[in-house]
Design a protein around this ligand. Structure first.
Ligand SMILES: [Zn+2]
Length: 288
C-alpha cells in the first residue's frame, strides 16, 4: 500500500538550490508550477482540483512572506508553493479532505508545501536574536542577517503503534473523536529516546501495558503541521488496559472486531492509504 504523502515525485535539488540564478531560472521555466495554500487549507481552481499556477502568476497574488518557496523538481518541472493572504483567493478547502481526493503525486507535493510554509509562518524572526530572517536556497533555509544563525524546516518525529498480544490488539480513543472511533496509539518522541523506547513509554503512559518488543513497519510524513510518523508493531504483555494520558478509553479488540471496526466506522474517516495507522492495522489483520 502506497501511503499518502510518501513517494514524493520531487527531487530536493539541494546542490543546485544554493545558486540563486538556478532558482530564478526555475521560477521563469515555462512548465513551472505552484500550489497555493491559504491558512493551511488548499485553494482550489475552477475545476474543483487544487489550484496550480505558474510561479509568475502566483507572484501577482498577495502572498504571505517569504512568497514563493522552491519545493523541488519533478523531472524537469520545477514546483513551488505559496501561501495566499486571506481574501487574495477563494477560501481554501480543508487540507485533509483535499489531499484525500487529490492525485497521489500532487498530495505529496502539497504535504511538503504545507510543512515548509507552516514553518515560515513561525520563523519570520530569528529565534536567537529576534531580527527578521532572510530566505535562502529557494526559501527552504532562513539566515539571520544580524547574528548569522541558520534556520531549517523542522520535522518532529512521533511514534505510532499497534499494541498486540496473540490474536488481540489494543486500540484507544480520544474524548473529542466521533462516537465509535478507535485507533492506534501515538505520541511525540522525547529527547534522548530511541524509537523503541518512545514506543514503550507511550504505550505504557496511555494504557499501563508493557511492551515486550517493537518492530518498525513504515514511516509517513504527516503535515499537521510537520511530523514524521514512525509506525511500529508493539508486542505487549497481556493485561487489562487502563486508559490514561489523553485517552478516554483503551480496550482489546479481536481480529474480527478490528476488521468490523475498520470496514465500518473507520472507513468514513479516511481511505485506507491515508495513514500509517491504518497500514499497521492492515498489517496485523493480514499477518494471520
Ligand atoms: Zn539572529
Amino acid at each position: 500500500m502506497k501511503l499518502t504523502f510518501t513517494h514524493s515525485p520531487l527531487v530536493h535539488a539541494g546542490p543546485q538550490r544554493t545558486d540563486p540564478d538556478f532558482v530564478a531560472a526555475c521560477r521563469a521555466h515555462p512548465a513551472a508550477r505552484t500550489v497555493i495554500l491559504c491558512k493551511g487549507d488548499v485553494v482550489l481552481g475552477e475545476t474543483g482540483e487544487p489550484l496550480v499556477l505558474h510561479p509568475l502568476e502566483a507572484a501577482t497574488l498577495r502572498l504571505t512572506p517569504p512568497g514563493l518557496v522552491f519545493l523541488g523538481l519533478e523531472g524537469e518541472t520545477p514546483w513551488f508553493g505559496a501561501t495566499a493572504e486571506p481574501g487574495a483567493t477563494p477560501p481554501g478547502v480543508d487540507f485533509r479532505r483535499a489531499t484525500m481526493m487529490a492525485d497521489a503525486n500532487l498530495a505529496a507535493i502539497l504535504g511538503r508545501a504545507r510543512a515548509i510554509l507552516n514553518w515560515h509562518r513561525r520563523r519570520t524572526y530569528c529565534s536567537n536574536c529576534g531580527a527578521p530572517n532572510e530566505p535562502h536556497e529557494g526559501a527552504t533555509k532562513l539566515v539571520c542577517p544580524s547574528c548569522g544563525t541558520e534556520h531549517f524546516p523542522r520535522t518532529d518525529p512521533s511514534v505510532i503503534m499497534l499494541p498486540y498480544s496473540g490474536d488481540r490488539c489494543v486500540l484507544g480513543r480520544q474524548p473529542d473523536w466521533p462516537p465509535g472511533m478507535y485507533a492506534t496509539l501515538a505520541g511525540f518522541m522525547e529527547p534522548g529516546e530511541t524509537i523503541e523506547e518512545a514506543c514503550a513509554r507511550e504505550t505504557f503512559e496511555e494504557t499501563g501495558l508493557k511492551v515486550v518488543s517493537a518492530r518498525y513497519v513504515a514511516s509517513q510524513p504527516w503535515p499537521f503541521p510537520s511530523t514524521l510518523m514512525i509506525g511500529l508493531m508493539a508486542e505487549i504483555e497481556p493485561g487489562e488496559p487502563v486508559a490514561r494520558d489523553d485517552l478516554e478509553d483503551a480496550r482489546w479488540f479481536t481480529r474480527e472486531e478490528t476488521r468490523e471496526l475498520y470496514q465500518g466506522e473507520m472507513m468514513r474517516w479516511a481511505p485506507p492509504h491515508y495513514s500509517v495507522s491504518r497500514l499497521l492495522v492492515e498489517t496485523w489483520l493480514n499477518a494471520k
